[in-house]
Design a protein around this ligand. Structure first.
Ligand code: HEC
Ligand code: HEC
Length: 154
């Protein structure tokens, strides 16, 4: 192969990990209506399919809230989340007892991306919870977690 063939191939290979990191929100009206009222629409790509199935099977006890839906909506949103789920890319997907993790903020991938943030920072009044992505990622509601739009509030 000549350099003119090899170089573009190399550049394509280098660009792949960046694309795999995209959390652009796939369009889905039911998901936007039902899953973005109490918090932002979390990207389906950030949890394993098993985690979404488990969560969608227990919406009446959803992190201390009742997020129940009628069966038609519940199963349509479950199908959507599973179709766009992150699979093994999310890192560890089960807890020590083998149960699927229900929080993005407990996945290995999340923790790897946030190692530099200490416990005191997570608890600041301006942040409150690691689940409050928008506190630091200004464009999180649009599925944009790019480093350029990160600002940690005081
Ligand atoms: C009635 C309010 C309410 C609705 C509706 C709701 N949630 Fe939640 N959700 C919560 C609360 C409260 C938490 C916990 C937030 C925290 O720990 O700060 C949460 C947490 C989560 C988390 C975990 C965040 C983390 O820590 O990684 C996911 C994922 C999630 N919700 C998905 C959904 C999906 C999918 C739907 C739609 C089917 C939905 N939520 C609808 C209230 C709601
Ligand atoms: C206290 C502020 C803070 C909160 C809250 C927070 N993050 Fe982050 N996040 C950061 C910082 C800082 C980085 C950049 C780390 C680095 O550059 O090494 C980051 C990086 C990321 C990245 C990697 C971005 C990239 O381009 O590689 C993703 C994805 C991400 N966060 C998702 C989330 C999600 C999802 C939530 C909510 C469930 C969240 N973050 C909550 C501060 C925060």
């Amino acid at each position: 192969m000549t350099i003119r063939i090899i170089l573009p191939l190399l550049l394509t290979a280098l660009a792949l990990p960046a694309r795999a990191d995209s959390y652009a929100l796939p369009k889905n009206p039911a998901f936007e209506e039902e899953c973005a009222s109490c918090h932002i629409a979390y990207p389906p790509q950030m949890l394993h399919a098993d985690s979404w199935r488990e969560m969608m099977g227990g919406l009446s006890r959803h992190f201390g809230s009742d997020a129940s839906l009628d069966e038609k909506r519940r199963s349509a949103i479950t199908d959507f989340l599973v179709a766009h789920s992150g699979g093994r890319k999310t890192g560890d997907t089960r807890d020590a007892r083998g149960k699927p993790l229900l929080r993005i903020t407990e996945t290995a991938r999340f923790n790897r991306k946030h190692v530099e943030i200490d416990a005191a920072t997570w608890k600041r009044a301006s942040i409150k919870s690691p689940a409050n992505c928008t506190a630091c990622h200004a464009q999180a509601a649009a599925g944009d977690y790019n480093e350029r739009s990160i600002r940690i509030p005081k």
